[in-house]
Design a protein around this ligand. Structure first.
Ligand SMILES: Cc1cc2nc3c(=O)[nH]c(=O)nc-3n(C[C@H](O)[C@H](O)[C@H](O)COP(=O)(O)OP(=O)(O)OC[C@H]3O[C@@H](n4cnc5c(N)ncnc54)[C@H](O)[C@@H]3O)c2cc1C
Length: 380
């Protein structure tokens, strides 16, 4: 297994439950080597199903935040357009911090940290050859590439590479929101608040411990920061240094100029700003089966972040692990992987279409599209 994200760890944890040996090779030098990222909602029929297969559903339920499903939508003038609260017993999509999910999955797993992979060569005499950043190499009977968007395993099975969607997201965070920014804490509530304007959106999501992630999203070319005047219509001729926190803040405030003051406070109080241009793989990305190598999660089907990528990644990890554990020999194992790939492609293809269409509507010239989408998926 290459990659210790949601896909790789779920795969390894389910195999571990079946007493099947598995090696997880992860590039990060330690579990907490970098910030784990924002909260994830795990769906009953996807991520939670996977946790059930790993025997971890009860622990997830104890950690997760069902109240985090709450969703408020504001107009750019700050008026409330929708204020959706889950029922007290609603467990359809509870939220969990990524770090908590990682630790839950890690449990007893033996992960080899700091083992960045550079290349996988299938079809060698002893199986698939894995080359590492430190110059070492090793052979495995099955290599599962769960190494995310910029997978180094993917070229062993497919020439596809991610392309830019035309939407960039700039992420910032607020800490101790309940004590330090109580007005914003009330605005965000227990879950998320979203505001949709013309070709831009602001979303704030509560994580545990009073931490909030804020995502400023806008349509722009990849090099938007090199010329804010030309690319975003802002009256600023100089390029923007993305490492300059105050310059990024000021540019975002100009980009969202005219939006209600409490909404802009989400940017005013944000700490660091991290740019995340949204990339995707082609919808319905498939490949000719290569014995000894397969892909899972974002490595196989990177799609817009509309709340499903980690869910699919985990369910795929769990399903492939069950198939591998049930296989009785090399031929059987290869057939199991082949069958798994067909199932994964069909399901991921459907979600890739849904999320691509969703992104078009959420960051759209017509903000009413975003509201209509919300009403379609959350109609109560
Ligand atoms: C802002 C944002 C919000 C999101 N919100 C949600 C949400 O609410 N719900 C949801 O379901 N999805 C969400 N997603 C999508 C979700 O984050 C991904 O789909 C999910 O993380 C994919 O899991 P993965 O295990 O396939 O890949 P990753 O999470 O990317 O994990 C890949 C792992 O492989 C390691 N790795 C990479 N390269 C190498 C290498 N060469 N060698 C060894 N190891 C390597 C990485 O360090 C990493 O640990 C969101 C995404 C974004 C950007």
């Amino acid at each position: 297994m290459i990659g210790g994200g949601p896909a790789g760890l779920t795969f390894a944890r389910v195999l571990h439950r079946h007493d099947h040996p598995v090696t997880v090779l992860e590039r990060d030098p330690a579990p907490d080597a970098r910030p784990p990222g924002g909260t994830l909602d795990l769906h009953e029929k996807l991520g939670q199903l996977a946790l059930g297969k790993a025997g971890l559903l009860a622990e997830f339920q104890a950690l997760s935040r069902p109240e985090g499903q709450a969703m408020r939508i504001l107009d750019v003038d700050g008026s409330v357009l929708r204020d959706w609260q889950p029922r007290p017993d609603d467990r359809a999509n509870p939220e969990i911090d990524r770090g908590q999910l990682r630790d839950l999955l890690l449990g007893p797993l033996d992960v080899r940290w700091g083992r960045g992979v550079t290349e996988v060569v299938p079809g060698t005499r002893d199986g698939a050859l894995v080359r590492f950043e430190d110059g070492r190499q090793e052979t495995f009977d099955l290599v599962v590439g769960a190494d995310g968007a910029w997978s180094r395993v993917r070229p062993a099975v497919s020439p596809a590479t991610p392309h830019y969607t035309g939407v960039t997201l700039v992420e910032t965070s607020l800490d101790d929101v309940d004590t330090r920014h109580s007005d914003l804490a009330r605005l965000i509530g227990d879950g998320s608040v979203a505001v949709y304007g013309v070709n831009r959106a602001l979303v704030a999501q509560r994580n545990s411990g009073g931490h909030v992630k804020v995502y400023a999203q806008f349509r722009a070319p990849l090099d938007w920061h090199t010329n804010l005047d030309r690319h975003l219509g802002l009256n600023r001729r100089a390029g923007l240094d993305l490492a300059d926190v105050e310059a990024v803040r000021s540019s975002l405030l100009a980009l969202f100029d005219g939006w209600a003051a409490p909404v802009l406070d989400l940017l005013r109080h944000g700490t660091a700003f991290v740019q995340r241009p949204l990339y995707v793989l082609p919808v319905s990305h498939i490949w000719a089966h290569v014995p000894g190598v397969t892909l899972l999660g974002d490595a196989a089907h990177l799609m817009p972040p509309l709340g499903v990528g980690a869910n699919l990644a985990m369910l795929e990890g769990a399903e492939l692990a069950e198939s591998v554990a049930a296989a009785s020999g090399p031929g059987d194992l290869d057939e199991a992987v082949r069958t798994f790939e067909e199932q994964m492609w069909a399901r991921a293809g459907r979600w890739a279409e849904i999320t691509a269409a969703g992104l078009e509507r959420l960051v759209s010239p017509d903000p009413a599209q975003a509201l209509a989408l919300f009403d379609e998926v959350q109609p109560s």
